[in-house]
Design a protein around this ligand. Structure first.
Ligand code: CTP
Length: 409
């Protein structure tokens, strides 16, 4: 990509089509060139002339059958650095997931090999419907980026989720994707990321667990894959869409996670332990369900193996190892530094779990990246952004290590 990036904006037939004009202006203000393609249904909400006037280019509409449109789906795709479908209706999302090419826009999507971003927009019940949710999951799995709809009062008068994300959020996502796609600084490296929270069984139905959602690990996995790494995501009890291109392995307990990390270790270049691993497990979990007839009941716990400590003894200096320190309050920063040294890590990412606006289960985080050389504070941001900053740090460190070993000419 040279100079001004070109966005191919696909507009489909939802009430939010009128917001696509503002979105187009947002792309232009961010220094992007915009080409527009509309479905027939979209033209009933906004006329092509609006987009033609704003973009300064002819707008392609509707069916594939028109003589002037027959190769438009290839041509437009070729010039675009990114394709954005906003608003994306339930109907268009379903066609994209199923591979339909029954109009110019869906045909262009199928023929397009670059990055695709969609901004769904529809009535709450349509958005929540399992059919729509599974179509969105399929698209995500194939690498389509979804700018989640927000909650608010919808055109149908109902309050709920389904409203197209704000144009600024869509522009921000597109700017971010254009920049991230260019990074290939982890190409060919084997990255293992743990995520989620382990659950230690007490009996057949109960467990000792924690509130980790696995969102930070998922963002890291996605980011590492985008940068060209071969990624294994070792996850414990995570309920999130699969990350495209990433090999996922389920390890519900600390012992299983330990086994898996050790199995992968010899081939690993970078290990990121973002999981909240239980420090104790139950000595002898009951086979069935413990009833309430006991006068008193105690459960004996034993410490689990500390995966990072075990890695430190086996890693032979090859792997770059990153830990996470979830600490209560900023005074935990000193404890995080202590863990960095005690567990012989290359990096530890500190976050403050006393705050409800970041960390556990939130889409946001605010962290301090600690290395033996120093520390770097990262302001509150979406976990995807935090993941990119962490990966930038790792890639930079690895580059400088490699340079140390380059022959002096
Ligand atoms: N960790 C691990 N194996 C464990 C427990 C934790 O590898 N059995 C990893 C976590 O994935 C995290 C780091 O160690 O990357 C720090 O975890 P944390 O729970 O904050 O630290 P602990 O060593 O368990 O110390 P403490 O609970 O005493 O604060």
């Amino acid at each position: 990509m040279t100079g001004q990036p070109t966005v191919l904006l696909g507009v489909t037939g939802g009430i939010a089509a009128y917001k696509a004009a503002e979105l187009l202006r947002g792309f232009q203000k961010a220094g992007m060139e915009v080409r527009v393609m509309m479905t027939e249904a979209a033209t009933r909400f906004v006329t092509p002339l609006t987009f033609e006037t704003l973009s300064g280019h002819q707008v392609h509409v509707g069916e594939m059958l028109r003589a002037d449109s027959t190769i438009a789906h290839i041509e437009e795709g070729n010039v675009a650095d990114i394709m954005v479908i906003a608003p994306a209706t339930a109907n268009t999302l379903a066609k994209m997931a199923a591979g339909f090419a029954d109009n110019l826009l869906t045909a262009t999507y199928l023929a397009y090999a670059g990055t695709v971003v969609v901004a769904p927009s529809m009535n709450t019940n349509m958005w929540r419907h399992p059919a729509t949710q599974s179509n969105v999951a399929v698209l995500r799995e194939r690498g389509v980026y979804v700018v989640e709809p927000g909650a608010g009062e919808l055109a149908c008068g109902v309050y709920g989720s389904g409203r197209m994300a704000d144009p600024e959020s869509i522009v921000a996502e597109v700017k971010y994707r254009l920049q991230v796609e260019r990074k290939t600084d982890l190409r060919g490296l084997h990255v293992v990321i743990t995520s989620g929270g382990t659950r230690e069984p007490i009996d057949a139905v109960r467990y000792i667990g924690n509130r980790s959602s696995g969102k930070m690990g998922a963002a890291l996995a996605r980011g590492a894959f985008d940068r060209g790494a071969v990624v294994h995501l070792v996850k414990a009890n995570v309920d999130l869409p699969r990350a495209p291109g990433v090999t996922e392995i389920e390890t519900p307990t600390a012992a299983e996670m330990y086994q898996e990390v050790m199995r992968l270790l010899p081939e690993t270049d970078i290990l990121i332990m973002a999981a909240a691993v239980a420090d104790y497990s139950v000595v002898a979990p009951a086979g069935g369900k413990i009833g309430k007839s006991h006068a008193d009941l105690s459960v004996s716990l034993v410490p689990t193996t500390d995966i990072l400590c075990e890695v430190a003894t086996r890693k032979e200096g090859k792997q770059y190892v990153v830990g996470f320190a979830a600490e209560y309050g900023m005074e935990g920063l000193a404890r995080a530094r202590d863990k960095l040294e005690r567990k012989n890590l290359d990096m530890i990412v500190f976050n403050d779990i006393s705050r409800s606006d970041i960390g556990f289960n939130s889409d946001y985080n605010e962290v301090v990246i600690l290395t033996p050389q120093g520390e770097s504070r990262v302001e509150r941001a979406p976990k995807e952004t935090i993941a990119e900053i962490i990966l930038d740090h790792i890639a930079r460190e690895l580059r400088s290590r490699r340079e140390e070993f380059l022959p002096v000419t």
